[in-house]
Design a protein around this ligand. Sequence first.
Ligand SMILES: CC(C)(COP(=O)(O)OP(=O)(O)OC[C@H]1O[C@@H](n2cnc3c(N)ncnc32)[C@H](O)[C@@H]1OP(=O)(O)O)[C@@H](O)C(=O)NCCC(=O)NCCS
Length: 154
Amino acid sequence: MKKIPEGEITFTNNISVTDYNELRKSVGWILVAPKRAEIALNHSFYLCVAMVENKPAGMMRIISDGGYSFFITDVIVKPEYQGNHIGTALISKALDYIEKDLLEDETVMISLMSAYEKEEFYQKFGFHRRPYGNHGSGMSVWVTRDLSGHVERT
Ligand SMILES: CC(C)(COP(=O)(O)OP(=O)(O)OC[C@H]1O[C@@H](n2cnc3c(N)ncnc32)[C@H](O)[C@@H]1OP(=O)(O)O)[C@@H](O)C(=O)NCCC(=O)NCCS
C-alpha cells in the first residue's frame, strides 16, 4: 500500500470511460462496453472521483430517481491506494450529498450491494447486512448475450 498524505487526495465529479474501465480492471471487475459505460456515467445522480497525482485513484457513484431511492454503486479504490481512507471519504461524500437535502421528518432509503466480504466496511457507516428486520437478502443476476445471440442469466 502507498501511504498518501491526506492533502494530496483531491476530488472531482467526472471521469472518462477509459479511466472508469481502468479502475474497474484494477479491482478485477468486468469491463463495461464503452457506449454503455458512457450512458451509465452520464446518468449518475452523483459521481465522485478521488484523484492522486492527477490520476483517478478511486470512485463512487449514486444512481437514483432523485426522490426517494438511492443506490450506491461502483465503489472502487485502486489496490495500491487502499487503506488511505479514500473509500471512507467517497462514501461520506455520498451520504452527505443525500442527507443535505433531507427535510425534517423525512426518511429515504439508501441501498447498495456489498462485494464479497466488504460488508464490514459499509457497516461502519450504518448500513445493515441483509436480511435485516423485514428486509430479505439483496438479489442480483448477470444477464449476458453470447456471440450466437443467446441471452443467458447466471
Ligand atoms: C472496499 C474499498 C472501497 C475500501 O476502500 P479503502 O479506501 O481501502 O477503505 P478505507 O481506507 O476508507 O477503510 C476504512 C475502514 O474500513 C476498513 N475496511 C476496508 N475494507 C474492509 C473490509 N473488506 N473488511 C473490513 N474492514 C474493511 C479499513 O480497515 C478501515 O478501518 P479503520 O477506519 O478502522 O481504519 C476497497 O477495498 C476496494 O475498492 N475494494 C475492491 C473493490 C470493491 O470490492 N468495492 C466494493 C464494492 S461493493
